[in-house]
Design a protein around this ligand. Structure first.
Ligand code: ADP
Length: 631
C-alpha cells in the first residue's frame, strides 16, 4: 500500500498547529462537529436545488459514539460525504479549503452559510488523537473510501465498506501522558459538556448513546429498584436563544440562559437583545450584571464576549468586541459574516469585527443612559458594582474615552446626601457659584466637617465628596464640565472672598506679620508658611498643601510608590476670629515659650483634621502634658 506524503506546507502548518495554535485541545470536537454540520448543509442545499434528491432536512444529523476499550471517538454524519479524490484534496492539503470553494459557487444563496474558510479545522483532531480514520461515501456514489493518518507521517487511502452516504471520523485518542489527560475526552459527561459549550446551537441534532437509569417496572412502589439502560440523546439545543425573535423569549429564559452561561447567580440588571442588518449583520445578546465577580478588579477576570459564527462558538472571550470601559458586560455575538478563524491575531484585524464592536458600544452606552434616567435604583446598584470601572475608563489614556463615560459617573453630593451626576450638580448650582467643588478624603462624615466644606455649605454651594483613589484624577482629566472648571476644595483657593474681603484680610495679615513669623519659626521645618484664612468658620486652623496637589494624593502616591513618594509643603492657615488663635497671638508677646507650644498644638490639630499622621506623636503627648501640668 502506497503511503502519500502531506504537501510540504501542510506538514509545517500541521506541526505548528498541533503544538501551538490551539491552546485548548478541547476545541477539536467543535471543529469536527462543524465540519459535519457543513457536510449536512451541503447535502441539504443539493436537495434544495435538485428535486431528484429525496432528502428531508429532518433526516440529517450527527452522532457521536465512544468506545472506551478501543479509546476511540467516532463522529458520524449523513451529509454529502467525500469521494476518493476529495478525501485526497481536502484532507491531504491544509491550504485547500473545500468549504471556501463551495462557498464561492453559491455566494448569493442566503439560507446556507458554511463556516470555515481556513482549512485547518480537521487537523485539530491530531491534538488529541494519535491516528485518525475517515471513512466516507460521497452522496450519489456506491463506493466508500478510508483515509487514515497519524498526522505526521502522511496518509493512506484504501477502499472501504459503508452502507449509506456520509462520513465517519474515527479518532484514536492518545494515551495519557504526564501533563495531558487525554482520557477525559472519552468520558460521556465531558463530551456532553463540550457539545453544550461549543456546538450547542448547531442546527442539526448531535446525538450520543448515553446511560440512563429507570425504575424497574415490576419493582414495588415503596421499595423501587432501578436499572440502567442506554438511549440515544440529543446533546445540543439547536436553536440559539439569540436567534429567536425578541418577542418570543421570556424574561425567565433570558435569565436562565445568563445564569447557566456565565455562572452568575444574581439577576442581570439589564438584557440587551439586538439584531442588526447591514454591511455587517449580527445578532447580540448582552447582559449588564448586577454584581461584580469576585475577581473583577484583578488580572484573573477575562473580558470579552462569546463570539459565534452561524451557531458555532469560535471564541470564548473575544476582547476586541468590548471597549475596556464596558468590560463588565457579558454576552454573545453571532455573525455569519465572520469565519471560523484560527487565531486571535487574524480576528483583531477583521474589519467586520470593528464594525460590530462599535455598534455594541453604542448599544451598551444608550442602555446605561436609559437606566440612569429611568431607573435610578437599578443604576445605583450597577454603579456600586462597576462605577469604579467607569471612572478608570474616564481617566485611562489621558481621557481618550472620557466623552463616552463621564456622563455616566456618579459622585456623592454633600448637600443632597446622595449620588448625583455632574450634569445634575451643575443644574443645581445657585446664582454666583462658578466652580464645581469636590474634596478628596476617606470618610464622608469627617469630610462633611472639614472647614472648606463648611465654608462652601454656608454659601449654599454643594461639594462632591470623593472617597476613591481614582476620583481625584477625574477633574484633572475632564478639566471642565459644561464650561465650569473644577475646584479641589482641599488644595485650591475656594474663591469665596470678594475683592474687599481679600483686601481686608491682607491688611490684617500685614498687621500681624511679626506674630505670624514667630509662629513659623516655632514650627520650623514643619511648615512652609503661616497665613490667615477667612474661610475657616468655626475652625481655628487648617492645613493647606503648598503645591496644587492634595494631601489625599500625597497619601495615594505613598501607597502606590513609597520610594518615589514625597511630602507636600504644608501651609498653616489661622482663623484670626477664633478664640484659641487669639490666645496664641496674645501669647506671642506675653509669654513666647507658651506661645511656641500653643503653635505646635494648633498645628497638630490641623494635621489631624487634614487626615494626616502626626510626625512625632511622642512629642505631641509631652506637649499636651506640659500644658496641662504647667511649666
Ligand atoms: P474547513 O472545514 O475549514 O474547510 P477542514 O480541514 O476542517 O477545513 O476540512 C477540509 C475539508 O474537508 C472541508 O472543507 C470539507 O470539504 C472536507 N470535510 C471535512 N470533514 C468533512 C465531513 N464530515 N464531510 C464531508 N466533507 C468533509
Amino acid at each position: 500500500m502506497e503511503k502519500k506524503q502531506f504537501k510540504a506546507e501542510s506538514q509545517r502548518l500541521l506541526e505548528m498547529m498541533i503544538n501551538s495554535i490551539y491552546t485548548h485541545q478541547e476545541i477539536f470536537l467543535r471543529e469536527i462537529l462543524s465540519n459535519a454540520s457543513d457536510a449536512l448543509d451541503k447535502l441539504a442545499y443539493t436537495a434544495l436545488t435538485d428535486d431528484r434528491v429525496g432528502i428531508n432536512r429532518s433526516d440529517l444529523g450527527i452522532t457521536i459514539a465512544v468506545d472506551k476499550e478501543a479509546r476511540t471517538i467516532t463522529v458520524s454524519d449523513n451529509g454529502i460525504g467525500m469521494s476518493r479524490s476529495e478525501l485526497e484534496e481536502n484532507l491531504g492539503t491544509i491550504a485547500k479549503s473545500g468549504s471556501l470553494g463551495f462557498k464561492k459557487t453559491m455566494e448569493k444563496q442566503e439560507d446556507i452559510d458554511i463556516i470555515g474558510q481556513f482549512g485547518v479545522g480537521f487537523y485539530s483532531a491530531f491534538m488529541v488523537a494519535g491516528s485518525v480514520k475517515v471513512i466516507s461515501r460521497k452522496y450519489g456514489e456506491d463506493t466508500a473510501w478510508q483515509w487514515e493518518s497519524d498526522g505526521t507521517d502522511g496518509y493512506t487511502i484504501t477502499a472501504a465498506a459503508k452502507a449509506a452516504p456520509g462520513t465517519d471520523i474515527i479518532m484514536k485518542i492518545k494515551d495519557d501522558s504526564e501533563d495531558n489527560d487525554y482520557s477525559q475526552f472519552l468520558k460521556e459527561y465531558r463530551i456532553r459538556e463540550l457539545v453544550r459549550k461549543y456546538s450547542d446551537y448547531i442546527r442539526y441534532p448531535i446525538q450520543m448513546e448515553v446511560e440512563k437509569s429507570r425504575k424497574k417496572p415490576e419493582s414495588p412502589e415503596d421499595k423501587p429498584e432501578y436499572e440502567t439502560y442506554r438511549e440515544m440523546e440529543t446533546l445540543n439545543s439547536m436553536v440559539p436563544l439569540w436567534q429567536r425573535p425578541k418577542k418570543d423569549v421570556t424574561e425567565e429564559e433570558y435569565e436562565t440562559f445568563y445564569r447557566e452561561k456565565f455562572f452568575d447567580y444574581t439577576k442581570p440588571l439589564r438584557t440587551i437583545h439586538t439584531s442588526v442588518e447591514g454591511m455587517v449583520s449580527f445578532k447580540a445578546l448582552l447582559y449588564i450584571p448586577g454584581k461584580a465577580p469576585y475577581d473583577y478588579y484583578t488580572k484573573d477576570y477575562k473580558k470579552g464576549l462569546q463570539l459565534y459564527s452561524s451557531g458555532v462558538m469560535i471564541m470564548e472571550h473575544c476582547e476586541d468586541l468590548l471597549p475596556e470601559h464596558f468590560r463588565f458586560v457579558r454576552g454573545i455575538v453571532d455573525s455569519q459574516d465572520l469565519s471560523l478563524n484560527i487565531s486571535r491575531e487574524m480576528l483583531q484585524h477583521n474589519r467586520q469585527l470593528t464594525v460590530i464592536a462599535r455598534n455594541i458600544e453604542k448599544k451598551i452606552k444608550s442602555e446605561l443612559l436609559s437606566m440612569l434616567e429611568n431607573d435610578r435604583a437599578a443604576y445605583e446598584e450597577f454603579f456600586a458594582a462597576f462605577g469604579r470601572q467607569l471612572k478608570y475608563g474616564t481617566v485611562d489614556g489621558y481621557g481618550a474615552n472620557k466623552d463616552k463615560t463621564a456622563d455616566l459617573l456618579l459622585f456623592f453630593s454633600h448637600k443632597e446626601n446622595k449620588l448625583v451626576t455632574l450634569k445634575e450638580y451643575v443644574a443645581a448650582m445657585p446664582e454666583g457659584q462658578e466652580k464645581i467643588y469636590y474634596i478628596p478624603g476617606e470618610n464622608k462624615e469627617h469630610m462633611g466637617k472639614l472647614p472648606q466644606v463648611q465654608a462652601l455649605s454656608r454659601k449654599g454651594y454643594d461639594v462632591l465628596l470623593c472617597t476613591e483613589d481614582v476620583d481625584e484624577f477625574i477633574p484633572q482629566t475632564l478639566i471642565t464640565w459644561e464650561e465650569k472648571s473644577f475646584c479641589n476644595a482641599a488644595s485650591e483657593d475656594l474663591g469665596l472672598q470678594t475683592e474687599e474681603e481679600k483686601k481686608a484680610l491682607e491688611e490684617k495679615q500685614e498687621a500681624l506679620q511679626g506674630k505670624l513669623d514667630f509662629i513659623k519659626n516655632a514650627l520650623g521645618e514643619r511648615v512652609k508658611q503661616v497665613r490667615l484664612s477667612a474661610d475657616l468658620g468655626e475652625h481655628p486652623v487648617n492645613l493647606a498643601p503648598e503645591e496644587g496637589m492634595s494631601f489625599e494624593m500625597e497619601k495615594y502616591m505613598k501607597r502606590m510608590n513609597p520610594d518615589m513618594a514625597f511630602n507636600l509643603g504644608r501651609i498653616l492657615e489661622l482663623n484670626a476670629d477664633n478664640a484659641a488663635v487669639q490666645a496664641l497671638l496674645d501669647a506671642v508677646t506675653a509669654d513666647p515659650v507658651k506661645a511656641a507650644d500653643y503653635a505646635k498644638v494648633l498645628y497638630s490639630q490641623a494635621v489631624l483634621t487634614a487626615g494626616l499622621a502626626l510626625e512625632d506623636p511622642a512629642e505631641y503627648t509631652a506637649l499636651i502634658c506640659r500644658l496641662i501640668t504647667g511649666y
